[in-house]
Design a protein around this ligand. Structure first.
Ligand SMILES: [Cu+2]
Length: 312
């Protein structure tokens, strides 16, 4: 028991430094590369920094604002199916605001706070962008343009936006909402959490059975084709698959069905299932015998013609 206790104490002692996330502050050691591009050797980066140049249409800075945005896996836990998120999904500022963003990455992976759609004469590629690899804090400043516009803010690391790290920043009234902002707007492709696990398992099993049946059929067709080839039968080119919902044949079939349905309904009234089936077979046999008669009639016509020809 004492042994167990001491092992437990040791575990706690060793895990303490891991549990306490140490944020690296990049702000003090950034190197200015010009054009608002600041970087350090530890994976911190600011792009599109602008602390003084007014965007066209702004006579002066309307407001000076400072926000702190946290990014991490734990902020996605309240959004079903999401993996990463910011702690805030929607921002709103007056046009021409001088905005300083303190971006805190709480994960041990790289995250960004990347804003798109800014005027390109002022922000390279129309972007303002904060980035930190691992737990770190990094800050940057920009001056927002005039006018009502909604800007996309996201993390551009592959799949991080799709996994939830997406927000919108409205300047003025904005110009609408962006889709798939966790907790703010409806997703473009909604996940389905209504089906229970047993239901999903049954569906998967059914799908597997259908696949199996299709595979067996394909194997049989291939075997037949191989046999035909061996026997010297020239394979007919397969008819192109008709993908359209209403092919010509379907429409003709539907039309015939619609025309004869009332007659058949009247005919079948009061008949048992066995009688209906018997009637159908009778119709079919009548049809076949009629076709045979027609063909033999045609054949005899030809043979008579041949008889007329003078014999040598
Ligand atoms: Cu990210």
């Amino acid at each position: 028991m004492v042994k167990l206790l001491s092992v437990g104490l040791l575990l706690v002692a060793f895990s303490a430094p891991i549990l306490a996330v140490d944020y690296e502050d990049h702000d003090g050691m950034l190197m200015d590369h010009g054009d608002g591009h600041l970087m350090d050797m530890a994976g911190g980066m600011v792009m599109g920094q602008n602390t003084s140049t007014l965007p066209g249409g702004c006579d002066s800075i309307s407001e000076t604002k400072e926000i702190t945005v946290h990014a991490g896996h734990k902020y996605a836990e309240k959004f079903p199916g999401r993996m990463y998120a910011f702690d805030t999904q929607e921002f709103n500022f007056k046009p021409c605001t001088k905005l300083t963003v303190h971006f805190i990455n709480e994960d041990h992976v790289r995250h960004q706070w990347m804003m798109h759609g800014l005027p390109k004469y002022l922000y390279p590629k129309g972007m303002f962008h904060l980035e930190a690899s691992g737990p770190a804090k990094i800050s940057g400043t920009l001056i927002l343009p005039p006018g009502d516009k909604t800007y996309l803010v996201h993390c551009d690391i592959a799949q991080h936006m799709e996994k939830g790290m997406k927000a919108q920043l409205k300047v003025g009234k904005g110009d609408g909402d962006l889709p798939s902002i966790p907790g703010v707007t409806a997703p473009v492709v909604a996940d389905d959490y209504k089906a229970t696990l047993p239901e999903l398992a049954v569906k998967a099993q059914l799908d597997a059975k259908v696949d199996e049946a299709a595979a067996i059929k394909a194997a049989a067709v291939a075997k037949q084709a191989a046999a035909d080839k061996k026997a010297g039968v020239v394979a007919q080119p397969a008819a192109p698959a008709d993908d359209s919902l209403f092919s010509g044949t379907t429409i003709i079939g539907l039309a015939i069905g619609l025309i004869i349905a009332p007659f058949l309904a009247r005919k079948f009234k009061g008949m048992s299932v066995a009688e209906v089936v018997a009637y159908c077979f009778e119709l079919l046999s009548q049809g076949i015998s009629y076709t045979v008669k027609l063909l033999s009639g045609l054949l005899s016509l030809f043979s008579k013609k041949n008889n007329v020809l003078p014999s040598k």
